[in-house]
Ligand binder design. Structure first.
Ligand SMILES: Nc1nc2c(c(=O)[nH]1)N=C([C@H](O)[C@H](O)COP(=O)(O)OP(=O)(O)OP(=O)(O)O)CN2
Ligand SMILES: [Zn+2]
Length: 125
């Protein structure tokens, strides 16, 4: 089997949301300090022994997350129809980072969104 390297980098952001149609308190405006785990995978190392520089993944991830930081997520264009659940946020961030990765050798592996210390969602394709 081919060797595979899975790289993980972490970042966070703060934002508010309210879950439309939720039968409980989460339908009310409230906030989270979201923690994000970005995992990318590759099978090849470059001439300096990296799949991709962590700094590059982080740069892409920060660019995506910056747009969400200190906002009300329900106002974001992507979440006008879709509820800003941890699941939908994970899909959104996954795909936005994927668009930015230039190297054909490097693939998005998974994206984990932690709502708090207890609950997280991991999305992969
Ligand atoms: N599958 C999902 N379930 C829930 C989501 C979600 O995005 N996906 N989101 C929420 C709310 O956003 C809510 O903020 C969750 O926070 P909290 O109530 O603090 O969560 P806990 O379950 O850890 O809290 P308890 O105090 O243990 O009830 C809800 N569900
Ligand atoms: Zn919430």
């Amino acid at each position: 089997m081919a060797q595979t390297f899975v790289l993980k980098t972490l970042l966070d952001f703060a934002s508010a949301h309210s879950l439309r149609g939720y039968p409980g308190d989460c339908a009310k405006l409230h906030g989270h300090n979201w923690k994000i785990e970005v995992q990318v995978a590759g099978t090849q190392l470059n001439e300096i022994g990296m799949v991709i520089d962590f700094k590059e993944i982080k740069r892409h991830a920060k660019e995506v997350v910056k747009e969400l930081d200190h906002t009300f997520l329900n106002d974001h264009a992507h979440f006008q129809e879709l509820n800003p659940t941890a699941e939908n946020i994970a899909v959104y961030i996954f795909k936005e980072i994927e668009k930015r990765i230039q190297s054909p050798e490097v693939k998005m592996h998974s994206l984990t969104v932690w709502e708090n210390d207890r609950n997280c969602v991991t999305y992969s394709e």
